[in-house]
Unconditional design. Structure first.
Length: 68
C-alpha cells in the first residue's frame, strides 16, 4: 500500500494510521504506537508524532505502507 503526501513535507505517524483507516481513532493510534505495535523502516517506533517523509515504510499488523 502507498500513501501519497500530495505536496506536504511529512505526515505524523498517528495521523497516518488514522488517515488510511488502520485504526478507528487518534487515541487508538496513540495506544498502538505506545505499545510498540508499529515499525518504521524496520524499527519499532514509539513516538506518536514521528514525522514520516517520502521513502519511509511503516508496518502495522499485516499492512505495509510506503510513503511517497
Amino acid at each position: 500500500m502507498q500513501f501519497e503526501l500530495n505536496g506536504h513535507e511529512y505526515i505524523t505517524l498517528n495521523n497516518l494510521l488514522k488517515a488510511i483507516g488502520l485504526v478507528g481513532t487518534g487515541g487508538e493510534a496513540n495506544i498502538r504506537i505506545t505499545n510498540g505495535e508499529v515499525r518504521v523502516n524496520g524499527i519499532v517506533e514509539t513516538q506518536k508524532r514521528k514525522k514520516l517523509r517520502a521513502g519511509d515504510v511503516i508496518e502495522f499488523q499485516q499492512a505495509a505502507i510506503e510513503i511517497t
